[in-house]
Design a protein around this ligand. Structure first.
Ligand code: GLY
Ligand code: MN
Ligand code: MN
Length: 480
């Protein structure tokens, strides 16, 4: 079957709603407009990461690379030039990509590849070559005032049987640009010695990626809505005695049911005290107690774009008075930030607004006496961009068409307050928003958020009420 000649939209093996090649091309043009005079920006695909022995982690593209190209495979490098360049044959170009070549034997084992021809046709990058060409491809890097790239972390494996894998592409690039042999960042900071710029792209990519296009907003809406359905379905399905892992599985099943290919970050599902661990991803607790809360922070990743939503609910279906007091305080803090978010407002202003509410409330409840003490129970900021990364690139002052979260929380560990009635109460409420011209749109409204709405949703029947699996012990007994 020839897949190269087929556009994604007509390919029955691929989703039909990836961002178009024209969209990615426009992103490269926007990048070009922001580049300094006489410069080139160089981006490398993400590394393949080894899980153990001969099994690798599922590949995830570098998000800048995906944003600029739509290319989802490893072992590739992209060059975006500020100005037109002239090839040996007289052709003019202002971008080049080197990709992994087609290889029928490898493709039978590890999946289809676009190759250089598929990259030209399906991703619309006319100067597309196989990565085996990169070493001898002549780019006069010395002629640029600036070569911009993200510095290397030295965490890429070399595949010895492949002489143009990511490791080799980086090594070849280093030779071409005369990269200092010592750690570049530290050397450059002290004595800039050439045209290498390993810092400029942070700001440029934050400006570009922080403000979303309508096509991206559609993707994010989809990821957010899918994640909200996950939260609502779990509220219906929740029963005391379920495990954290099972709850995680229900969310992630919903994500996959709607064709979200991944989670945007490891799912956080913490019952009781586990909710106090901000990024708790063990999810090992085998049986949840009806008296405890469960904090669930999960995001579906749909075609690269991720949501980031947290709901905290009572396992037994009803908040205790203390749980409700803490919950309502976190909700009030979130609403204080929601009320003031609009273009021009900074993340730190939003964070301060949530902190003020929480500090005042914790004092009124007799849990703290000073502002400093309150920080112990709410030790994180409340906002970040979302997009291709869960903590997406972007500037810290809101502009129209930014997508971001507001996520205050209160986490009360054992032995921290005098009165043990508060111990083990951990609440985070996290919602996703889009900045509009003069305010913000709350995107994650489908997931119930007030204690009354959560309790009402938890009373609804679930399609999983009748989902019974056989008992494992009865299925596979050792033969006597
Ligand atoms: N899920 C990570 C965060 O909320 O920032
Ligand atoms: Mn978050
Ligand atoms: Mn989160």
């Amino acid at each position: 079957m020839v897949l190269n000649g087929m556009a994604f939209a007509q390919n029955p093996n691929m989703p039909s709603d990836f961002l178009s090649k024209e969209w990615h091309k426009e992103r490269r043009q926007k990048l070009r407009e922001k580049l300094p005079a006489n410069s080139v920006a160089v981006f490398f695909a993400n590394a393949v990461r080894n899980r153990s022995n001969d099994v690798d982690y599922v590949y995830h593209q570098d998000t800048d690379f995906l944003y600029l190209t739509g290319y989802r495979e490893p072992h590739a490098v992209l060059l975006v030039f500020k100005d037109k360049q002239k090839a040996a044959n007289g052709d003019e170009y202002n971008e080049i990509i080197f990709v992994q070549p087609k290889n029928p034997i490898m493709e039978m084992w590890t999946g289809r590849r676009l190759g250089n021809l598929g990259t030209k046709e399906q991703l619309g990058i006319q100067q597309a070559f196989n990565n085996t060409e990169f070493k001898k491809y002549n780019v006069n890097f010395a002629s640029f005032d600036q070569i911009l790239f993200f510095d290397f972390q030295n965490d890429v494996r070399n595949e010895p049987r492949d002489s143009s894998d990511l490791y080799d592409l980086i090594e070849q690039f280093k030779v071409k640009v005369n990269y200092p042999r010592k750690d570049a960042l530290s050397v450059q900071r002290e004595q800039p010695q050439n045209n290498l710029n390993t810092r400029g792209l942070f700001r440029i990519m934050a400006e570009l990626r922080g403000v979303k296009t309508p096509e991206e907003i559609d993707m994010i809406r989809k990821a957010v809505t899918i994640s909200c359905v996950g939260q609502a379905e779990v509220m219906k399905a929740m029963k005391p005695g379920m495990s954290e892992r099972e709850i995680q599985g229900i969310h992630e099943y919903v994500f996959k049911k709607y064709q979200a290919e991944d989670i945007g970050y490891p799912s956080i599902v913490g019952g009781g005290h586990n909710g106090c661990i901000l990024h708790y991803i063990d999810n090992y607790k085998p049986a949840l107690d009806p008296k405890e809360l469960i904090l669930m922070d999960l995001g579906a990743e749909y075609h690269g774009y991720t949501a980031d939503i947290t709901r905290t609910i009572p396992v037994g279906g009803k908040f205790s008075p203390e749980q409700k007091q803490i919950y309502d305080l976190v909700l009030e803090a979130q609403e204080a930030a929601m009320k003031i978010c609009k273009p021009g407002v900074s993340f730190s202003t939003l964070s301060d607004a949530t902190m003020q509410v929480i500090t005042k409330g914790l004092k009124e409840l007799g849990i703290v006496t000073t502002d400093q003490e309150a920080r112990k129970y709410y030790p994180h900021g409340c906002c970040h961009h979302i997009g291709l990364d869960v903590h997406d690139r972007g500037l810290r002052d809101l502009e129209e068409n930014m997508t971001f979260t507001i996520e205050p929380g209160i986490y009360i560990q054992e032995n921290t307050t005098k009165d043990p009635k508060w111990w083990g109460i951990a609440v985070r409420i996290e919602d996703d928003y889009l900045t509009t011209k003069d305010g913000c749109e709350h995107l994650s409204t489908y997931a119930p958020r007030t204690t009354a709405d959560i309790e009402a949703m938890m009373k609804q029947p679930s399609p999983l009420d009748n989902f019974k699996l056989p008992e494992l012990d009865k299925l596979n007994k050792p033969k006597k």
